[in-house]
Structures are given as C-alpha cells and as structure tokens.
Design a protein around this ligand. Sequence first.
Ligand code: BGP
Length: 489
Amino acid sequence: MAFKEGFLWGGATAANQYEGAWNIGNKGVSSADCCTRGSRSEPRKVTYMTKEGEIKADVMFGLDAPEGAQFGCFEGYDYPSHEASDFYHHYKEDIALMAEMGFKTFRMSINWTRIYPLGYEEEPNEEGLKFYDDVFDECLKYGIKPLVTLSHYETPVGLTNKWGSWADARTIDCFARYVETVGNRYKGKVEYWLTFNEINCLEFGGWMAAGVASRDPQKIADAGKHQLLASAKAVQILHEIDENNKVGNMIGYGMIYPYTCNPKDVFQTWEKFKGSYFYCDVQARGYYPSYKLKEYEQKGIQFSLTKEEKELLKNGTVDFISFSYYMSNCTSTDPKVLADQGGNMMFGVKNPYLKASDWGWQIDPIGLRLSLNYMYDRYQKPLMVVENGLGAQDVLEANGEIHDSYRIDYLRDHIQAMHDAVSLDGVELWGFTPWGCIDLVSASTGEMHKRYGFVYVDYQDDGTGNGNRIRKDSFYWYKKVIASNGEDL
Ligand code: BGP
C-alpha cells in the first residue's frame, strides 16, 4: 500500500469563498468582501472611497490606492463572498456529506474578521469563536480532523484602512494576538494548522494575500517580511500552546518547464521558480536566501533584519510543507514564441503536449509528481497537497444527477501521480485535500459556475438557486478511493 495508514484524505475550502454570512455574528469586513464578481474576460475589482468618490480597481494588476483611501463594500456592487455557499448555515449538512465520503480531514480557514472584526481590537468576538467551536465539534463527531488555515485571503480591511495592513509592522502583533486566541480556544480540537495561504501570491499583487493596496515593490517586500515574521511567530505560539500542534506553511505551486532546451529558456525557468521557493525557503530553513538579498540590492529595495528577527525566523520553521497544485506552464525567451502566444502571460506560454481546462489551466499530473520530488528534495520535510482539482462547468441533469467524469479523470491521474511519488520516489506525504470539495466561489473570477466540488451547491452567478446540496458522480468515486486508501482509482 503506497499511502501510509492514517493518510489524511479530505477536501479544502476557505471561509471567504464558502461561508457567506459576511456581516452576521459581528463579523468585520475582510479584503475578499470588497472584491466584486469578475468573469473569464473581466477581472475582479476592489472597491474603495477616495476624496473624489468611489473607485473600482483591478485586484491583480491595477491597484495603487492613494493615501487615505478607505476600503469597504458599497451599494450596487456584486460581492460574491457575501453569500458564497452559505456554509455558515449549512455546516452540519456539509460536514455530514464529508463524513459520508470518508474524510479524515477537512481543510478550512478561520475568517480572522469573525474573531477580530477590525483586526486590531484587544478583545475577540465571542460569536465568531463560538461558530468555529460548533464547526470543529461537528467535525470531531465524525472523527474528521480540522486542518485550519489562519489567513486565506481574508485580511481585515480595518487594518488596511488604519495603517496599510501588512505593509506596516504593527500588523504582526495583531496577527499574533489572533493566533494566540484561536490556539488557546481550540486546543485539543485542532492539531493541524497552516499559516498563510499561498503566501507567494504576494508576488502577483498585495491585495489577495495581504490586503495591501499597492504594487510598490518596497511595500510588497515589507509585507512579505512582516508575514514571514508573523508566520514564524504563529509556529512558536502554537507549539507553546500545545506540543501536539503541527504547523505548516502553504505555497501556490505550479510546475514550470523551459519551452525549449535553449539554456536561456532553462535559466529563465529557474528564475521563475525562485518566485515560488523564496517564501518556502524562509519558512522551512529559517533564513532569507542569498538570491533574494541580492535581488533586493539590485532593485534598490531597503531590507534588514534585527538580531531578534533573525532568531525568530530560525526558531519558527514549519513542521511540514503544504502547497496547491493545479497546472504546469512553460516559459520562453524567444521573441517569436512570445509574439505568437501573446507574451509570457501570468500563466506562461502554452505547452503543446498538454490539454487545458476551460479556464486555460493546463492539466499535468506528471508535473505534480515532479513538484512533490522538487519540494521533498529541497526541504526534506513532510508534504501535504492541500489544493488540487479541476474547475469546470457542471450540468445538473433533469433527473437531478451530475455526471462529472472529467473531474474523476483529472483527480484519478493526479492521485496516481502522488501514489508514484510516494511508492516509487519515496516522498513523505501526509495528506491530500482537493480544492472546493463542496462547490464554492472562485477566487480568481468570483464566479460560482467554476465548480470543483464532489457536491454541487445550487447557487448560480445571478444570485438564484436554493442552496441545495447534490452529490455528483465524483462523490461516489472519491468515497471508494478513500475507502481503499488510494488503491482503487
Ligand atoms: C488558489 C486559492 C484558492 C482557490 C484556488 C482555485 O489559488 O488558494 O482560494 O480558489 O486557487 O482558484 P480559482 O478559484 O480561481 O479557480
């Protein structure tokens, strides 16, 4: 048997994409709550108020808000995280469905704004704490171990409005207070923790990962430093609270190939990989890698660490490494290839050997086996694949069935790749939590019809739907996979 006994089979979600109830129970406004719905062609926008009035700016590539801008949610815009899949009111039903599939773990995030609505209060919000108590109790009733992300694109906008969120060092203490609160409260209920979801996403823009409304490289470097220090602090706090706590990091990972064997393409591939590795290097090894220090020097970015900060990073390394993996891409230095393909887009140039999802994400299970090997070779720490899956448009048939054979094919091939990495390459893998196990809102587009789940949630992009939960074909398939510990694919 490839996967060890007790392998953590499960599924993954994030509060802002799944919970809904955005302003219920004294919850504050999070960075995700200010993001409008987008589409495949229209990027999501963030809304804020300036002296000139309301502004909507492109989340990923257009956000440089002026001093004093106040972020919030305004009348007349469509904010998908406000309703999402309404897990808040459906948690018992949803966790029962997870139990029926045989889940051993459930990856979810605590929404920081339920616990500290503005982010900087002294006292936590009891209603928020109580909600997660109920959720964890429900999981434990079925023997499902919660795997909790402390920050999944849900920074309190109170912190952005007060001092620019993670670009300011004061946010570290606010986060530490929040971690201490939830660590103490859920001691004995939660053992597996992740600090920041896809922390390296900061490289693409500060809003999603850190509530930073700027593209200034200095601010992004500062926010990265503050989050890395906060991550190390979280590891220390959670270890002090309970020695059984296991704390991991979380990296957005994608395999990157050189488009050709031209050494220039190969070198550029390595350059791009550093974007994924940098944060993981600090969190796993406990110090800033030399290539990053040189990069800061060359770009004129101010950076320094005090003796105490260096100690903190050294003593706050993670127990395990987790990452998301959806696709692979190529990178090219050839102007002709770039011209033909419209440039090295965010996702790179197309690989002629691979098929892609409807959203252009290239499907590559061997890339997952490679990723597991690269990560294990580099860090020699246990791994978890905490996101993977196929975003697709499912069809709810008239008889109430959903035939998602394309999702089964995708997951079968990726589980086989993990199986090979474990049994043939010797990688130490603790668990697998495919993304959006119950349908939820897409992070990149804010749409509901980009679905990942084993369970269909009857909510549509236009706000219609009754929220009913419906088992897809993949539900029965995944149940069988878990029951056979990954042998019967
Ligand atoms: C990751 C995020 C998730 C998630 C997933 C799928 O980057 O951690 O929050 O949503 O990608 O992406 P999307 O929802 O855009 O399809």
